[in-house]
Design a protein around this ligand. Structure first.
Ligand code: TRP
Length: 451
């Protein structure tokens, strides 16, 4: 029988959990990644596929992953061992926990570098203010990216910040940070959307780019990118939401909280898109210009608008915090495991995992400049890690989670944990047992050219 409480502590309330889990979901994925991959993949049709994946694949798997965490009450690795024993299935399922730990480490190693860009922009905003000229804004971004020293400096600062929050544990560290910051970020995005509306014709061009689908724009890789992003943006498939679920008090409705979190996450991403694409068109920029997109567009808005200095500073501060509340969820599975199985203190576990992630991150930072010619499978270190995690590891992890929750666990236990009205339960059960795994499987077959 599963324990009723986690040894690592519990969220103090339902609200605290919602904040932490929304903090994990809302991050660079929504504001930095969603716009640039939408730009690279032609807009509307990509957005539609992404929304479909969130609904049919992301939400059911998110419910499953949280449910498993709460039932197991331990780090994902040990939760999977416990649950496989409970369900009398093969113990090898705990390797799924291991894959998640590795995915978390790899994701954070590049996430921290990008969060470092955002941190650098806090200082650019404070000391330089932003230029309203698109060429100058771009030059300033290029200059940052070209400097190994600056990138490593900011990556280091961000990793130290992440690990010092993680050290303090569930309540002390994670909860407090999120309460004020999430709502503020939301308000600033609305202000940016307000600015985007002043671009006139370009505003409508931006909206039409985002919302009028042209399916000739997307191929199988775009579909995989959209599906991978649904996992990435919700923080699924590697145990982050599983470990957060393990700190969730019993009695809180997993389905309701999940719907709220996924809804908030999607709205933030769409708002970011609505803020950014009008600026892209108003300034004759390229929608597909890649990972630098927000850093080459938003400063123009801040440079132009009244109060832009203040809003610019605030925006990048909040972006860094949004990244921070996501990154702590990426290391929590490995830290929880080290505490459980190695008997480390949280501090020791945080330092060790932090250093390992930092080292990989240095490679990522250099892949934007002096190592840009160094390729793994024809990709830079950054692109390789991004593709390996978002397009392979997370979907595979999510697929396995769906299979485990839908086919391995006993119905009675699942129902016990979810405590949903029968009809809703049946809908979820159908989605998680058939729709979600089939969707992931077909997309993989399609990409491999088999289907
Ligand atoms: N969801 C976060 C974002 O969009 C990133 C993130 C946090 C994540 N936890 C995760 C991604 C777990 C994958 C898995 O920025």
């Amino acid at each position: 029988m599963a324990k009723t409480k986690s040894i690592h502590g519990e969220w103090s309330s339902r609200f605290a959990y919602i904040l932490a889990a929304t903090g994990s979901a809302v991050g660079l994925g929504n504001i930095w990644k969603f716009p640039y991959i939408t730009g690279e993949n032609g807009g509307g049709a990509f957005v539609l596929v992404y929304l479909g994946c969130v609904l049919a694949v992301g939400i059911p798997i998110m419910i499953a992953e949280t449910m498993m965490g709460r039932r197991g009450r331990q780090s994902p690795i040990n939760t999977l061992s416990t649950l496989s024993t409970e369900a009398s299935v093969n113990k090898n399922w705990h390797y799924l926990g291991w894959m998640g730990v590795i995915a978390g480490v790899l994701i954070l190693s590049y996430y921290s570098v990008i969060a470092g860009w955002a941190s650098a922009y806090v200082f650019k905003a404070i000391f330089g203010g932003f230029s309203s000229d698109a060429m100058q804004v771009k030059a300033s971004f290029d200059e940052l990216i070209a400097s190994p020293l600056q990138l490593i400096f900011w990556h280091t600062a961000f990793m130290i910040a992440t690990m010092s929050v993680v050290m303090r544990g569930v309540r002390g560290g994670l909860e407090k940070a999120v309460q004020l910051l999430m709502p503020s970020l939301f308000v600033l995005l609305i202000i940016l959307v307000g600015y985007a509306m002043t671009t006139g014709e370009a505003y409508f061009q931006g909206l039409s780019f985002l919302f009028s689908p042209d399916f000739s724009e997307i191929d199988s890789d775009a579909v995989l990118t959209a599906m991978g992003h649904a996992f990435f943006t919700l923080g699924l498939g590697m145990g982050a939401i599983m470990v957060y679920g393990s700190y969730l008090p019993s009695g809180v409705s997993i389905a309701k909280t999940t719907l709220f979190i996924a809804g908030a996450d999607t709205i933030v991403a769409l708002l970011a898109g609505i803020a950014i694409f009008p600026l892209v068109f108003a300034n004759g920029l390229e929608p597909g210009s890649g990972p630098g997109l927000i850093f080459q567009t938003l400063p123009i808005a801040f440079g132009n608008m009244t109060g832009g200095w203040l809003f610019g500073v605030l925006f990048f501060v909040l972006l860094v915090f949004a990244a921070l509340t996501s990154s702590i969820s990426l290391v929590e599975p490995v830290v929880a495991w080290m505490v459980e199985n190695r008997g480390f203190t949280r501090v020791k576990a945080s330092v060790i995992s932090g250093i390992a992630i930092w080292v990989i991150g240095v490679g990522v930072a250099l892949s934007f400049n002096i190592w840009s010619e160094f390729k793994i499978f024809d990709k830079t270190i950054f692109n390789f890690l991004d593709d390996l995690t978002a397009k392979v590891m997370l979907p595979v992890g999510g697929f396995c989670i769906a299979i485990f929750a839908g086919w391995m666990m006993q119905q009675k236990h699942v129902k016990d944990e979810l405590d949903m009205p029968e009809q809703q339960y049946q809908i979820w059960k159908f989605l998680v047992s058939y729709v979600a795994p089939a969707a992931v499987f077909l997309v993989f077959l399609h990409v491999l050219g088999i289907f």
